[in-house]
Each structure stands twice: as C-alpha cells, then as structure tokens.
Design a protein around this ligand. Sequence first.
Ligand code: HEC
Ligand code: HEC
Length: 326
Amino acid sequence: MRLILILMVVVLISPIIYAFLPKQLFSSIDPAEWRPRQIEIDLKDHPKAPLIQYGYDLITKTPELIGPLAEEKMQFAGNHLTCKSCHLKAGTKPGAGSFVGVSNRFPQFRGRENKIGTLEERIQGCMERSMNGTALPEGGLEIQGMIAYMKWLSEDVPDALVDRYKGYSKVELPEIKADTVLGKKIFMANCIECHKEDGQGEKNVAGTLYAYPPLWGPDSFNHGAGMNRVITAAEFIKGNMPYEKATIDEPYLSDEEAYHVAAYINSFPRPLKSNPEADFPNKKLKPVSTPYGPWTDRFSAEQHKYGPFQPIMEYYQKEYGIKKTK
Ligand code: HEC
Ligand code: HEC
C-alpha cells in the first residue's frame, strides 16, 4: 500500500522535476552544435545571476571596477588591460586561454608556486602579472564573482570539447633563435592597423578602455606574465591574431611567423614584477622560455628568452627526465 502511494507521488511530481532540470541532461549534445554560454542570452533568471554578471563585468571592464579607473580603495589591477584582452570573448573563444571548463581543472599542481593551487590563486596570478597589480581580497566578492562566471561557463561542456577549450594552439617551434628583425616585418604587415607602430594600441572613443590594447610599455603586462614568454605568446598569436582573422581552426600566421613576432613584441621594456626570483621554488620546473633567472642550467638568459628552445628541453629530459613543452 505504502509503496503504491510513493509510486503515485513520484509519477505525479516527475513532470515538475523534469521542467526544472537542465535540458542537456536529457538530450545528448552534438559537439558540432554546441556553443559556450553567452551572458546576454543564457543567464536569464539563474539563481546566481547577479554574482555571475558581476564576474563577467569584472572580466570585461576590469580597469573601471578594480583598476586605475575605479575608486581608490578598489584599485587592484595596475594597468588598463581587461581580462578579456587575452581571454578573448570574455573567456569563451577556444585557443585563447578559455574559461570554458577551467573550474573543472582546479585545484591543480602549479610549478610557479610548487604546490597545489586553487582557481582563486590562479586568478591572483594574472592580477599580479598580466594585470601588473596586486591580489584581490581573499575570498571577496570579486573573486567569488569571477569564479561563479567561470563555473557557469564550465557546467555544460561536452566531454568531447574539453581539450579544444583548454589553453592555446600548439606551435611547431622552429629550431632557431627567434628573429626580432623578421618579427618586426611581420608586425608591420599584420599588427599595426590596430596595435599601432609603437605597440601602444588605442583607447575607445570614451578614452577609458582599450579598443586595441598595448603590447609593451608601462601600461602592458609585466615581465612575470605568461604572455612575456615567447612560446606562450606565439601560441596565443597563432590562434588569435590578427584579431577576427585567426582562429584555432584557421590560424592566419604560420608557426614560424607567430614565433618571430612573439619575440618582437617581447623585446621591448615592460613593467618589472617584484621578487621574480621566488617564482618556481623548484627551478627544474621552470618553463624553458621563462626570460628571467635564476635557472638550474647553463643556458644563457638570451637563449631562455629567444630560443632555440629544443636544446634546453633536451637537457632537462636527459638530465632530470622532465619533458617540457614550454
Ligand atoms: C596579458 C594577457 C592576460 C591577461 C590580461 C589576463 N590573463 Fe589570465 N592568463 C594569461 C595566460 C598567458 C595564461 C596561461 C599562462 C600559462 O600557460 O602559464 C593565463 C591563465 C589564466 C587562468 C588559468 C587558465 C587555465 O586554463 O588554466 C585563469 C583562470 C586566468 N588566467 C584568469 C584571468 C583573469 C581573471 C584575468 C583578469 C583579472 C586575467 N586572467 C588576465 C594571460 C592573461
Ligand atoms: C583588427 C585589429 C587587430 C589586429 C590586426 C591585431 N590585433 Fe592583437 N588584439 C586586438 C584586440 C581587439 C585585442 C584585445 C581583445 C579584447 O579586448 O577583446 C588584441 C589583443 C592582443 C594581445 C593580448 C593583449 C595584450 O595587450 O597583450 C596580443 C599579444 C596581441 N593582440 C598581439 C597581436 C599581434 C602580434 C598582431 C599581429 C600579428 C595583432 N595582435 C594583430 C586587435 C588586433
């Protein structure tokens, strides 16, 4: 008797439950059809909508909310870049350090700190380096908002697309030192329309945020940033620049061109990160293209900056059995 009653209740309420569950649970998603969530279309009346929206705003209007254009006690970012200057389309473009799926990958081991790091700590890493600023208040509303947005983007990624949305395009590294003279030619032909000959880009009409961000100089990312490594910059450029022309599926520059132009933009002065010696407590885990010492090898500072990187990678493989790709 009791069993029948329970069954009846289940039958009665199941359509209600169904209506409230995400549709993806019932339809198998075709990876070719899938696209990342978009704030304007997909957020609607999500229970965490205000927090997720705040995270999105922080990522797209960083200088106004937590940077040089914010009220003084909210100034944490030190330059006028936004997170989306590099995490393109607010972290939804594949091949541009996308945030789609990112919250499923943390906590993870981080060589730069030689410990298991959280997503919060990873964001603080970009605040102190890419944004040339200081860490946000630990566990504060800003961190919570950014993480809520990243989690929201990461909730419904089909398994088949996880790798596509992770990191950057792969670059077949030329086995020669990157050539900044060649890099300059490639820059003049493909980049100055937006980033300008002096690499300083251009602000929007209101003069607040950048329409085209600077690639070096005082308002750029600092020398401790991932983008200041030639290999990482080449991977980013290959899949994304020139903007609106290059994609992960159809790069515009060749691997070699991306390599040389990455070296060119990183050959200029930029802000210096304080205490860079403390990075990578286990120096053997330092990426070969980290352009600042100390290192645990005898390769020159010049070679760590401009390559060729294969001999350094081979050294770590042979000496320590460590396989490095960057
Ligand atoms: C100048 C470019 C740049 C800017 C601006 C920038 N980042 Fe990053 N970010 C990177 C690069 C490059 C990496 C990957 C570094 C590496 O591979 O070591 C990264 C990695 C990350 C990751 C980890 C991604 C993953 O897949 O593991 C997160 C999260 C992140 N950034 C958040 C942010 C946030 C939030 C902001 C703004 C406060 C920001 N970033 C600003 C360049 C940038
Ligand atoms: C049509 C305009 C355009 C062209 C051409 C272009 N970019 Fe960009 N670039 C952008 C925009 C716009 C962003 C930032 C995207 C955003 O904020 O949404 C960007 C971001 C970047 C970034 C990361 C942010 C930063 O400030 O460091 C790098 C690096 C970069 N571009 C390098 C290049 C290189 C190298 C070339 C030439 C091969 C190039 N770009 C060509 C428009 C362009």
